[in-house]
Unconditional design. Structure first.
Length: 107
């Protein structure tokens, strides 16, 4: 199994970060056929996502986004493309927030 890990620091606070994460989940369901489940917590939210060949989670708190996913054999061959698309989508959503600073990339 191939895996993806994406980390982004931000300065949005939990409320705005939560909005970004929920928008990401809506887009993942609509565009990628993912099934997403949101677990809202006091200090962080976890979005579990799954579909055939993919299983993972996005954890968001007041300062970070942490995405971890495992890809099945077939999608593992496309890991680089999938990772780049997830990064692009998340970065666009973060940049769309007013007053948001450019996210720092860290792998």
């Amino acid at each position: 199994m191939s895996s993806i890990r994406i980390h982004r620091d931000h300065h949005l606070g939990l409320k705005k970060a939560r909005e970004v994460a929920w928008k990401w989940a809506e887009d993942a369901e609509a565009k990628l056929g993912m099934e997403c489940t949101v677990y809202e917590g006091e200090d962080s939210d976890t979005i579990e996502f799954t579909r055939s060949g993919v299983k993972g989670e996005l954890v968001v708190d007041a300062e970070t986004f942490e995405l971890k996913a495992k890809l099945g054999l077939l999608l593992g061959a496309l890991r680089g493309t999938i990772e780049a698309e997830i990064e692009r989508e998340l970065d666009e959503l973060l940049a769309a927030q007013k007053g948001a600073k450019a996210p720092k990339k860290r792998k």
